[in-house]
Design a protein around this ligand. Structure first.
Ligand code: HEM
Length: 249
C-alpha cells in the first residue's frame, strides 16, 4: 500500500544515513552535514510516534465495538459500520500517500516513519469494511456478492481497490523488499495510487447527491500524484544533466 513500506531509498528515514545521502545531490549532502551536528527537528527519534498512530487509529474501531455492544449503532448498524470503516480506510490511505509529498514540499522526514503503519492501518480498515459487506451484509452468499460486484460499478471498483491493496500489504515487510529487490518492489508499490484512485471513485459513485466530499478526496489525491510526478521528472532531469556534464566532448 501506499507505501505501507520501509523504503530503502532516501524516502526511508532509517536508510537516510549520511553515507547514503552523501551520494545524492550536493544540497542533500550539505543537509546531512548540518544534521550530523544537531539532528533536524523532523529527523529526531520520535519513537513514540508509530505506537501513538496505531493506538489513535484503533480508537474508531473500539468506538464501533463499544456502540455495537451497547446497542448504539442506530437503526441500520451494518450501514453505520460500512460507512465508518470505508471512510476511515480512505482517509488513512490518503494520509499514507501524503507522507512523501510532505517530505518533497515541506522537507519533513517524520511522516516517513509512520507511512507504513498508515498504509497497513488503511488496509486493516478496508478489510473490515469488505468483511462487513461480505459476511454481515450478505451472509457470505458468494453468488449474490458476485452478481452485486458485476452489476454495481461502485462495488466493482471497491473490490478492485482491495484487490490491489492485498499484494501491497503482503509485501510490506523488509524481508519482502529484499526478496523482490528494491526496484521491483517500488514498481509494485506504485500501484497504491491506482488503489487510492479506485477507492475515491468508489466513494464518488456511492454518494447519492452531494459529490463535493468525494471530489475533495479525489483532488487531494491528484495533488499528491502531481507532486510525486514532478519530483520524479526533476530527478530524471538532474541525472541527465549530470551525465551530460560528465561526458567528455
Ligand atoms: C470489496 C470491496 C468493497 C466493498 C464491497 C465496499 C462496499 C461499500 C458499500 C456497500 C458502501 C455503502 C454503504 C452504504 O451507503 O450503505 C461503501 C461505502 C464506502 N466505501 Fe466501500 N467497499 C469496498 C472497498 C472500499 C475501499 C477499499 C475503500 C477505501 C479505501 C472504501 C471506501 C468507502 C467509502 C469512503 C464509502 C463511503 C463512506 C461514506 O459515505 O461516509 N470502500 N462501501
Amino acid at each position: 500500500m501506499a507505501n505501507p513500506m520501509p523504503n530503502p531509498t532516501s524516502n526511508d528515514l532509517s536508510a537516510n544515513t549520511p553515507a547514503t545521502l552523501a551520494t545524492h545531490t550536493p544540497a542533500t549532502a550539505a543537509t546531512v552535514k548540518k544534521s550530523a551536528k544537531k539532528p533536524a527537528k523532523s529527523g529526531q527519534k520520535l519513537t513514540w510516534l508509530g505506537p501513538a498512530i496505531v493506538v489513535g487509529c484503533l480508537i474508531p474501531i473500539l468506538g464501533l465495538i463499544w456502540d455495537g455492544y451497547h446497542d448504539l449503532l442506530g437503526a441500520n448498524p451494518v450501514q453505520r459500520v460500512l460507512l465508518q470503516t470505508g471512510r476511515i480506510a480512505l482517509i488513512l490511505l490518503l494520509a499514507s500517500l501524503a507522507c512523501t509529498p510532505a517530505k518533497i514540499v515541506l522537507g519533513w522526514t517524520w511522516p516517513l516513519r509512520i507511512r507504513k503503519a498508515l498504509g497497513l492501518l488503511a488496509f486493516g480498515y478496508a478489510s473490515m469494511h469488505m468483511i462487513t459487506y461480505v459476511v454481515v451484509d450478505h451472509g457470505f452468499k458468494l453468488k449474490v456478492i458476485l452478481e452485486d460486484v458485476l452489476k454495481r460499478p461502485f462495488i466493482t471498483v471497491g473490490f478492485l481497490a482491495v484487490l490491489i491493496m492485498v499484494p501491497l500489504a503482503i509485501t510490506s515487510t523488509k524481508g519482502m523488499v529484499k526478496k523482490l529487490g528494491f526496484v521491483k518492489w517500488q514498481r509494485l508499490h506504485r500501484w497504491v495510487y491506482l488503489a487510492a484512485g479506485f477507492a475515491s471513485l468508489h466513494f464518488f459513485l456511492q454518494v447519492k447527491k452531494d459529490v463535493r466530499e468525494p471530489l475533495i478526496f479525489a483532488a487531494i489525491l491528484a495533488v499528491f500524484f502531481a507532486v510525486r510526478g514532478f519530483a520524479a521528472w526533476r530527478k530524471r532531469k538532474e541525472i541527465k544533466e549530470k551525465a551530460a556534464r560528465a561526458t567528455p566532448i
